[in-house]
Design a protein around this ligand. Structure first.
Ligand code: NAD
Length: 477
């Protein structure tokens, strides 16, 4: 069994303690990672500052961009190895390969953008020239969730590097292996030591040490609302900016004039992809009254055909990440049954699902009251709840009636209605007659309300990893 070390200042550094990495497909231990803590985080932050004072801090934007482009090339070269590592922590191999391709795109996109960060000149009093410059924050902290380990890492690491920051990355404890592989590729690409540091370990140890460290200039956090609040208070104590990419309870709204076949196929895919462990999964389907029965029957047929299996079986769904996540989903299903909600359909386990793995059946629940826990709270599993609405006004009321506001889908052939709803639904992104932005690295992504704030992806993320400085020069007439 391999034991992985932290990557600090260009060196592999073991911690005194380790954590097991479990394969969720069969529950076996497959590796161990270092259980880093305050000492390792401190060393990594120092290494980041040293890198900023060295060649990395002086490197021009074109050269930085080329290093990122090289990373994209290396990720593509090693796509199978990286996908295998992600698959070992539960992803069906075809999903893992798609995630690796998106990760390469982040480095490509931000590599090409690194030398396109322009400031402005501002008309001011005669005899003055005023210009704005974007500068890096210094050392940025990246605390990442386990559901898309490599993709979420690339999403914030690539723009931060493109802006010239140094990085301390704390991957999720269940899924740290691809972050460590990425550090190896960064070394091969030619990033100087200390530019990308990876400390593995527990949230309450390495995560707390990183988010509270006074040497950090920015925190990028992807994870739960509960931990997001702790991160925000840690950032407040050090007066630094933070980007919070939190959870969601995103509505998929289906009007009777929609193309129902297309809507049904996309809605089911969106909730079962990655076993429902997707922050932007459309986990509530709001259906107009007159097509409710027809559309739920269609959805139920699709759910019944879904098959669950190990990552290597590569079926519609793999396992969920760990035993705690399976229990969480089962608890919500238990509450739905206790309250006599209608279970409209369940998918099935393949015949050879390995014993010891963490599997749940994809489930469709009907006639769910908007205030019920399964319609309000993020289950983070392959569970879709169906709700009825009468008209557009009623729909908007239900769509906005959760603490979250990450994504929304609107299915209609009425252009005016789609424009009205794009404005009235409270969400960071609205998709009309399509759904999902996972692959669209160009599209700004983030939440409102309890889903967090700040934007990742697109140019917005790049600017978010920089600080605007105004320079006012009096040179006379
Ligand atoms: P989590 O909040 O438990 O953990 C996220 C990360 O924070 C992990 O690396 C963990 O080790 C670390 N952490 C835990 N406690 C910490 C603490 N006290 N201080 C500092 N760090 C700490 O979340 P999770 O269960 O890993 O991820 C699932 C959640 O992430 C879901 O709510 C999901 O919707 C959300 N998510 C959001 C997005 C997005 O872009 N909006 C993307 C993916 C996941």
């Amino acid at each position: 069994m391999d034991t992985y070390e932290n990557y600090i200042a260009g060196r592999w550094v073991a911690s005194a303690k380790t954590l097991d990495v479990v394969n969720p497909s069969d529950g076996t231990k497959m590796a161990a990672i270092s259980r880093g803590g305050a000492a390792e985080i401190d060393a990594a932050v120092l290494a980041g500052h040293a890198a900023r004072k060295g060649p990395w801090g002086k490197m021009d934007a074109v050269s930085r961009g080329r290093l990122l482009l090289k990373m994209a090339e290396l990720i593509r070269r090693d796509a199978e190895m990286l996908a295998k590592l992600e698959s070992d922590v539960g992803k069906p191999i075809s999903v893992a390969l798609a995630d690796v391709a998106v990760s390469a795109r982040y480095f490509e996109y931000y590599g090409a953008a690194a030398d396109k960060v322009h400031g402005e000149t501002i008309p001011f009093q005669s005899g003055f020239t005023v210009m704005t410059l974007y500068e890096p924050h210094g050392v940025t902290a990246h605390i990442v969730s386990w559901n898309y380990p490599l993709q979420m890492t690339a999403r914030s690491v690539a723009p931060s590097l493109a802006m010239g920051n140094a990085i301390v990355l704390k991957p999720a404890e269940d899924t740290s292996l691809t972050a460590l592989a990425l550090a190896k590729l960064a070394e091969e690409a030619g990033f100087p030591p200390g530019v990308l540091n990876v400390v593995t370990g527990l949230g309450e140890e390495a995560g707390v040490a990183l988010s509270t460290h006074p040497g950090i200039g920015h925190i990028s956090f992807t994870g739960s609302r509960e931990v997001g609040r702790l991160i925000q208070s840690a950032a407040a104590k050090n007066t630094i900016p933070v980007t919070l990419e939190l959870g969601g309870k995103s509505p998929q709204v289906v009007f009777s004039d929609a193309s129902l076949d297309e809507a049904g196929a996309t809605i089911v895919k969106s909730i079962v992809h990655n076993s429902g462990q997707t922050c932007s999964a459309g986990s509530r389907v709001l259906i107009q009254d007159d097509i409710y029965d027809r559309f739920t029957t269609q959805l139920a047929d699709r759910f019944k055909a879904l098959r669950v299996g190990s990552a290597s079986q590569d079926l519609d769904l793999g396992p969920v990440v760990n035993a705690a996540q399976r229990t969480r989903i089962e608890n919500y299903l238990g509450i739905a049954k206790r309250d006599n909600l209608q279970i409209l359909a369940e998918g099935s386990f393949g015949t050879t699902v390995p014993a010891g793995g963490y599997y749940v059946k994809p489930t469709l629940i009907g006639e769910v009251p908007a205030s019920h826990a399964v319609a309000q709270e993020e289950i983070f599993g392959p569970v879709l709840v169906a709700l009825r609405f009468r008209d557009e006004h009623h729909e908007v009321q239900i769509a906005n009636d959760t603490p979250y506001g990450l994504s929304a889908g609107v299915w209609t052939s009425d252009l005016s209605r789609s424009l009205r709803l794009s404005r009235s639904i409270e969400a960071g992104q609205v998709f009309v007659n399509n759904y999902g932005s996972g692959g669209g690295v160009e599209l700004p992504f983030g939440g409102v309300k309890g889903s967090g704030f700040g934007r990742e992806m697109g140019f917005e993320a790049l600017y978010g990893f920089g600080v605007l400085k105004a320079v006012t020069i009096r040179h006379g007439l």
